[in-house]
Write a protein that binds this ligand. Structure first.
Ligand SMILES: Nc1ncnc2c1ncn2[C@@H]1O[C@H](COP(=O)(O)OP(=O)(O)O)[C@@H](O)[C@H]1O
Ligand SMILES: [Mg+2]
Length: 394
């Protein structure tokens, strides 16, 4: 699975489409999947697409995930229950249907596709085109927060039942949740865990950051890299897009020189991450022919399916009687990082993002004793079992 992410307008959709076209033509059964609500894969491929799978050419399928379609299929039971409930309370049909679109559903839908295709071995490669960084982080961190979310969803529905019972004198036709609904909810949690396994396995999933040689784009890309690591995703390369070809004149010469300066910044700050490059095409980049050209520029002789890095951002090991959780957090400023313990979970907060890491059972009753930054990694040291006990006794 190859997931492209980055700032708006950098070329995610184009690079994703070009990658999918290339893997398909190399003989991999490929699916190009857009999770950006503002879909533009169809424009890029110059062919109509929908929320169902469309064949683009041999070996290449594409889908733009469509929330309405998802509601009518995957979320039918939950949606029907919530909307019937509101209707039974006197709300009109249209509003009650809108109320039934709970936040997070569209995220889960996209993630379910991943699980579906993976379990069925339907494709060799899935290339994901995503919305700009913030939205995509919401998507990719979802399995991590889904436990919390599903509990809340249970809570909401349980509450609705309570309200319904309470007002039963007045409301004649309060629907009770069907077995399908409760079963649906039960399945959600376990499926999200499966998705998380897929996303966090660097031998399966590669996240690729698309960047342009410009200051603001580079800064956002650095942050994206940090947060991807926080959520345990392996970024395996950087695609620098829209480079002005060497030997350009006039205005473009100046632009090219500026870009060269930023190329240096990129190479230095992201080192040792693999960097792939693509130039600005002279003509508009739409349709299979120009996508083929873009794919050629980005990958040359490389197989796009190569995992350029299989480093896991999180590592747990023992050292000198200390247990260590080591989390790669490139570019993270020390003062934006906060750590908390909550039961058996370690909460790591970086800026506005937070991850809850459930500690292995061997960590039970151990005390975090120190945290430090070393070579772009956050090391959290836990005192061994005995020391912990001794300390408490003292
Ligand atoms: N290498 C390139 N050469 C020429 N045009 C490009 C190139 N990369 C992207 N574009 C154009 O830039 C615009 C934004 O690209 P797009 O792939 O939609 O970015 P994103 O998905 O990141 O918003 C599109 O019009 C696309 O055709
Ligand atoms: Mg796009």
């Amino acid at each position: 699975m190859i997931i492209y992410t980055g700032k708006g307008g950098v070329g995610k959709t184009s690079v994703a489409a070009a990658t999918a076209l290339r893997t398909a033509r190399l003989g991999y059964r490929t699916l190009l999947m857009s999770t950006d609500a503002a879909h533009s894969v169809a424009d890029s491929l110059e062919m109509p697409l929908s929320g169902s799978i469309t064949k683009v050419e041999p070996n290449l399928d594409a889908i733009e995930i469509d929330m309405l379609h998802e509601l009518e299929t995957r979320w039918k039971e939950i949606q029907k229950y919530v909307s019937d409930f509101f209707m039974s309370q006197g709300m009109d049909g249209v509003t009650s249907k809108e109320m039934a679109v709970l936040p997070g559903m569209e995220l889960m839908s996209a993630l379910f596709y991943i699980d579906d295709f993976y379990q069925r071995n339907a494709y060799d490669v899935i290339v994901m085109d995503t919305a700009p960084t913030g939205e995509t982080l919401r998507l990719l961190s979802f399995p991590d927060v889904s436990n919390w979310y599903i509990d809340r969803l249970y809570g909401v529905i349980k509450n609705m039942i309570r309200v319904a019972r309470f007002t039963v004198g007045k409301v004649m036709s309060t629907p009770l949740p069907s077995d399908e609904l409760l079963k649906d909810l039960e399945v959600l949690g376990s499926r999200m865990k499966e998705v998380q396994k897929i996303l966090m396995d660097p031998k399966i999933t590669s996240v690729r950051l698309v960047v342009n040689p410009e200051k603001m784009v580079i800064n956002e890309t650095k942050r994206a890299f940090t947060y991807m690591c926080l959520y345990g995703l392996t970024v395996d390369c950087l695609v620098v897009n829209r480079l002005i070809p060497e030997g350009s004149n006039g205005y473009f010469k100046e632009k090219m020189e500026e870009q060269q300066k930023y190329m240096q910044v990129i190479n230095e700050s992201f080192n040792p991450l693999r960097v792939l490059k693509a130039s600005q095409l002279p003509l508009e980049l739409v349709g299979l022919r120009s996508l083929d050209k873009l794919g050629e520029m980005v990958f040359g002789d490389l197989d796009p399916v190569t995992h350029f890095s299989t480093d896991k951002p999180m590592d747990i090991y023992s050292n000198n009687g200390m247990d260590v959780i080591s989390l790669k957090l490139p570019f993270a400023m020390r003062d934006t990082v906060n750590l908390y313990m909550s039961g058996d979970n370690l909460l790591v907060e970086v800026g506005q993002y937070r991850r809850s890491i459930s500690l292995p059972t061997t960590f039970a009753r151990k005390q975090p004793s120190k945290a430090e930054f070393k070579d772009g990694r956050l090391l959290i040291l836990f005192r061994s079992d005995r020391d912990g006990r001794d300390r408490r006794e003292n």
